[in-house]
Design a protein around this ligand. Structure first.
Ligand code: PMP
Length: 410
């Protein structure tokens, strides 16, 4: 490919990720499953090792040096995340095990406030995490779930969104970026519309967080949920950001240690944010690792990263369009990071298997979005997803491998 890598030194970036120099069956690893999880830079690995080597202790309770140090690092990580998303206050950042738990916290809180006649709105683009939660919350409360359609391109039908919004809409939930199709939603516009009817707004940021800057105050939503592991951090840690006035008044999620204020055998009162929503010993190392990931990522030039990712996607899309027998699933004008496709006459799982034999790692299947796959009349897709450390040469490797797959399967 021509054009080079311009302003971003991708080779230097890649060198910070030990796993990227791995080989698979003697072939260089071409990791294109970044929407499932991203790889981790040495800075994050070091933060985890440092914590367990030098400062492991429980937080918020110790009367000793290690506990103080662990608490300091843990809370500094919260501050890093709060700054990263431009939260108004650091207490608005609640540690969770990931996006899924963050959405469940919101659904659990809202579920207790919903009743018959209320409406919740999601989109056809949802990952199961942002669909099944609301579907079940509606079933429990008697509220109605409305699903905003998309066009065949994978772009959200904003007029239909307008039509479905009403005074009865209590909450609107949508993905920042679709994991299956790569569609980037106009989240600020959708938030503005939902706020005009007085609805709460939840953005599923699992795929949005690592692709360009997120400013929760600018978006204007009430909740933004994301995972550490899709942002170069560890698994098992994520965040629920929520507006303080909402998080401190909604019903609590889990109860137990850390989150209480006063307890008698028959009564309990809740502590202040963020502890109010963080019962039990948290994932201390995970939070510190996620803080390290955010610090590492924030030091990079966000515009250069975005430009590089868009170049990868454009280059891959161009090759996909020229590839005989390839159907791209998801052609919205505003896309990031994801190329979902089908090869004529071949099952995605077989394509994935043949690619793997050549060192190329992609995702195949329903992308945790079964209703969306049904909407397209397909069982699933093959999905290549790109991150900041991927190269144009890796896109070439993907298509070279796909040519082989086509020869073997067609
Ligand atoms: N929403 C979207 C759009 C996702 O892509 C994912 C992860 N694939 C999730 C939610 C769930 O994230 P996690 O599994 O990290 O909780």
């Amino acid at each position: 490919p021509n054009g080079g890598e311009m302003s971003l030194d991708v080779a230097a970036l890649r060198a910070q990720f030990p796993i990227l120099s791995k080989t698979v069956d003697g072939k260089p690893l071409v990791y294109l499953d970044n929407a499932a999880t991203t790889q981790k830079p040495q800075a994050v690995i070091d933060a985890l090792v440092d914590f367990y080597t030098g400062t492991n202790a429980n937080v918020h309770r110790g009367a000793h040096h290690l506990s103080d140090e662990a608490t300091r690092r843990y809370e500094n990580a919260r501050t890093s995340v709060a700054k990263f998303i431009n939260a108004k206050a650091r207490e608005e950042v609640i540690w969770t095990s990931g996006t899924t738990e963050a959405i469940n916290i919101v659904a659990n809180g809202l579920g207790q406030l919903l009743s018959e006649g209320d409406e919740v709105m999601v989109t056809e683009l949802e990952h199961h995490a942002n669909l099944v939660t609301w579907q079940q919350a509606c079933r429990r409360s008697g509220a109605t779930l409305n699903v905003v359609p998309i066009f065949d391109s994978g772009e959200l039908d904003v007029d239909a969104f307008d039509r479905l919004l009403s005074e009865n809409t209590k909450l609107v939930a949508f993905p920042h970026v679709s994991n299956a199709l790569g569609t980037v939603n106009p989240i600020k516009l959708l938030t503005e519309k939902a706020k005009a009817v007085g609805a709460w707004v939840l953005v599923d940021g699992a795929q949005g967080i690592a692709h360009g800057g997120v400013d929760v105050q600018d978006i204007g939503c009430d909740f933004y949920a994301f995972s550490g592991h899709k942002l170069f951090g560890p698994t098992g840690i994520g965040c629920l950001w929520g507006k303080k006035e909402v998080l401190e008044t909604w019903p609590v999620w889990q109860v137990g240690g850390e989150m209480i204020k006063d307890v008698t055998y028959h009564e309990a009162t809740w502590g202040a944010l963020p502890n109010r929503l963080e019962a039990g010993t948290p994932n201390i190392a995970g939070a510190i690792g996620m803080g390290a990931a955010v610090d590492w990522f924030s030091a990079l030039d966000v515009n250069a990263l975005h430009e590089h990712e868009q170049k990868l996607l454009a280059y891959a899309t161009e090759q996909a369009e020229a590839f005989d027998g390839m159907r791209i699933i998801g052609t919205a004008p505003n896309k990031v990071g994801v190329l979902s496709f089908l090869l004529e006459g071949a099952h995605p799982a077989d394509v994935g298997f043949i690619l793997d034999r050549q060192g190329v790692a992609i995702r195949t299947g329903d992308n945790c979005a079964q209703p969306l796959m049904k909407r397209f009349g397909i069982p699933g897709t093959a999905r290549a997803s790109f991150s900041i450390y991927n190269t144009l040469e890796e896109v070439d490797s993907l298509f070279a491998a796909l040519k082989k797959a086509k020869m073997m399967l067609a």
